[in-house]
Write a protein that binds this ligand. Structure first.
Ligand SMILES: Nc1ncnc2c1ncn2[C@@H]1O[C@H](COP(=O)(O)OP(=O)(O)OP(=O)(O)O)[C@@H](O)[C@H]1O
Ligand SMILES: [Mg+2]
Length: 232
């Protein structure tokens, strides 16, 4: 694996541990079976795998959107999902109103505007607090979705093909943003990023192949890319 760019998690515990996870859809189809892996420290961790291998189901289980049939998910971090299409998670008309919705319910009213501004600043959208969401570019919308995750206090970002609908420049911006957030001090984020774009693996702190509902071992991102697609 690459020399780790990420810091160890504050209390030394792995940010995420998944043990013998199993999930079957109501129609009886088993999407995950004996799925065991852990994320050893903060950083940018990527999963690749063929269509239907269970990647999105796994993120929904970790986020709590679905409940496992068997197994355990242990994490001290608050999870937040970021979807492929930001239009599926941006609910309100302006950046301000959408981010207000993401803030912890117990945050004092007097601190809310500042918290929204801070979240926008962290994703490079400073000054766009009043902008109607429909006037944002696709890349800006995706960064706003990430700001929502940050505003909610999440420490574990679960990103399901977040660059799939973006133009090449925005793909790079979103990848760079997440890479930076996973190195920020004093609380680096942990990101679990699903991709079909193999060249994104080069930016990972570790990458793993998901097959038939199971996650393989973490290996160096470029090594996994070359294994899956041997051309330079
Ligand atoms: N709502 C659903 N009801 C029944 N089966 C489902 C449902 N959603 C997904 N599945 C099945 O669960 C399995 C895993 O699907 P999942 O969406 O997790 O795969 P994936 O790895 O994310 O694929 P992709 O790369 O195409 O996004 C597949 O066999 C899929 O058909
Ligand atoms: Mg999927």
């Amino acid at each position: 694996m690459n020399a780790p760019r990420a810091l160890p998690h504050a209390d030394g515990a792995p940010p995420l541990r998944v043990e013998r996870l199993a999930y079957s859809w109501p129609n009886g189809h088993t999407a995950l079976q004996h799925c065991t892996f852990q994320i050893p420290r903060s950083g940018l961790w990527m999963l690749v795998g063929s269509n239907g291998s269970g990647k999105s189901t796994l993120l929904r289980l970790i986020s709590g959107l679905l409940s496992p049939r068997q197994g355990r998910i242990d994490s001290v971090l608050k999870p937040a999902l970021v979807f492929q299409n930001p239009d599926h998670q941006l609910l309100l008309p302006s950046c301000f109103s959408d981010l207000l919705l993401s803030l912890p319910a117990d945050l004092e009213p007097g601190k809310r505007r500042q918290a929204v501004e801070q979240a926008l600043e962290q994703v490079g959208l400073t000054g766009l607090i009043g902008r109607p969401i429909h006037t944002l570019s696709g890349g800006q919308k995706q960064r706003l979705a990430i700001a929502g995750a940050l505003a909610s206090g999440a420490g574990l970002l679960l990103l399901d093909e977040p660059t799939a609908l973006l133009d090449p420049a925005s793909q790079e911006e979103v990848l760079e943003l997440i890479a930076q957030l996973t190195q920020r001090a004093p609380q680096p984020l942990t990101a679990l990023w699903i991709t079909h774009r193999l060249r994104e693996l080069d930016r990972a702190d570790g990458a793993a192949l998901m097959e038939r509902g199971q996650v393989g071992p973490w290996i160096d991102g470029p090594t996994l890319r070359k294994r899956l697609y041997p051309l330079p």
